[in-house]
Design a binder for this molecule. Sequence first.
Ligand code: B12
Length: 497
Amino acid sequence: MEQLKILLVYPNLMLVSLLPNNIALLSACLKKDGFDVRVFDTTLYKTTEKTNDEMRVERMQVRRFNIKDVGIEVKKQDVYEDFAKVVKEYKPDLIGVSVVDDTVEMGLSLIKKADCKNIPVVFGGVHATLNAEELIKKEQVDILCIGEGEEALIKLCNYFRDNLPYDYIKNLWIKKSNGTIIKNELRPPVNLNTLPFEDFSVFEKQRIFRPMQGKMLAMIPINFDRGCPFRCTFCDAPTLFDLYRERGFGYYRVKSIERIYEEMKYQTSRFPVSYFYFNSETFLSMPVKKLKEFAEMYSEFGLPFWCQTRIETITNEKIKILKEMNCDRISIGIEHGNEEFRKKMLHKNFTNKQAIEAFKILNKYNMKISVNNMIGFPDETRELVFDTINLNRKIKTDSVNGFVFQPYCGTYLRDYSIKKGYLSSDSTKIDNPIGSSVLNMPQLSKEEIEGFLRTFALYVQLPEKYYPKIKEAEQLNEKGNLVLEELREIFFDRYFK
Ligand code: B12
């Protein structure tokens, strides 16, 4: 029998370049079952004026870098025409599109503008899971995958190939020709230790490069776990956790060290990896004993790596181990500087004293740190933004990120924003975390938030004598732009040389 051809689509923001585990994992599962897989990835296409990273350079979060250093050229061709060509030439039997809130519009447009009428189209990813009722209404969507896709997609493709009815596959919502929708139950979560290794070979070769503070590095993401045990109100993780918990399933799982070792062996034998990106929402939540075991195993690789953790998990012992392992950079979410607001609104319970102590430990070991903060939370005021600035001033880091709060589908803070009238209930509009606020709030306007975003790093790093000038730079007008330019040069000279 002829091999069934599956086209996986990764609509993405321009040059948001870390390779995605989901597509690589789905590809590996499909190939293991004998399917032919091709990926259409929009990352290298010129789909917006500026890239996220260029905007982050403008906002003084990251150092200047050049994608051409590693031979990456942005594709000038029209992404929709190229996709239509791929569909026409490859003639897939089934198309699978992976979407988050920021990329769903592009995913829908790709399908609409190509000739996909006689090809079943499955949408999956966190947006499909958490905004299912709306997404299934779209004419481009035939099937939705709710939650995990590994087993559901394989079952679907096998049944499809064997001409078996596929109406009752768990995790899938199926739209029938008469418009009715069959909503199947969720299946239990997969065992992360037994999945096939991610297949990154489906991406173009240059896609392995990702900028990291001024350098382009060959980076492979290694997923340590799936889900997160914490309940931050701005994040999708608690909603995914609850979706599974309501059915009696535990969603948060951690891979074994042996499994992570095998994955790293596999990926380094296939790609010229120079850096690992450890994907775990709270890397240091593992006990010291496990971290030590991991460190011992990791000495065989010794490559620099990035990881992310929470303030509460930082101890002298753990950071010492990380440093010895060659950890290059650690990313930490403070998110907000006001203890009470952070606890009540974001459900993050650490104290400012704890944060300051944690950063002392990190500095003692000379760790490179990126700190993440958000501006424009519901109910936030100008004074509250200054609490975030002030806490960041008390800690020493080499990269300070001020992102804008976005009310992602399925999050608690999205519901809260709607309840407070800051967002209309039918709005699924989301901007980039490097973009603009989508909330309409009387006490902190979109323009004020924008002003803070562009001057956040200046407020945090420059001496207070600059504050009157920085306030001028907040203004979104010609004068403000000129002052901002002047301060930016001072900033780059002092901190990013
Ligand atoms: C690693 C990561 C990244 C990586 C990789 C992105 C990726 N798509 O994998 C990078 C750094 C590139 C990234 C970028 C962005 N990210 Co991100 N990221 C994550 C993180 C921490 C883990 C994702 C992951 O690897 N999970 C493990 C994989 C295996 O799970 P999965 O992606 O959900 O895929 C499974 C199912 O959803 C399903 N599935 C997925 N796709 C498909 C397709 C088909 C056809 C089928 C059948 C099934 C299916 O099957 C998969 C296997 O079970 C999540 C947090 C989270 N809770 O998910 C945020 C998260 C996904 N990111 C988020 C955001 C906002 C972004 C950016 C928009 C940020 C930006 N402006 O740059 C971009 C968008 C890039 C993109 N096109 O996806 C949000 C999305 C919120 C939302 N509701 O839309 C999340 C949820 C974090 C949050 N704030 O809550 N991200």
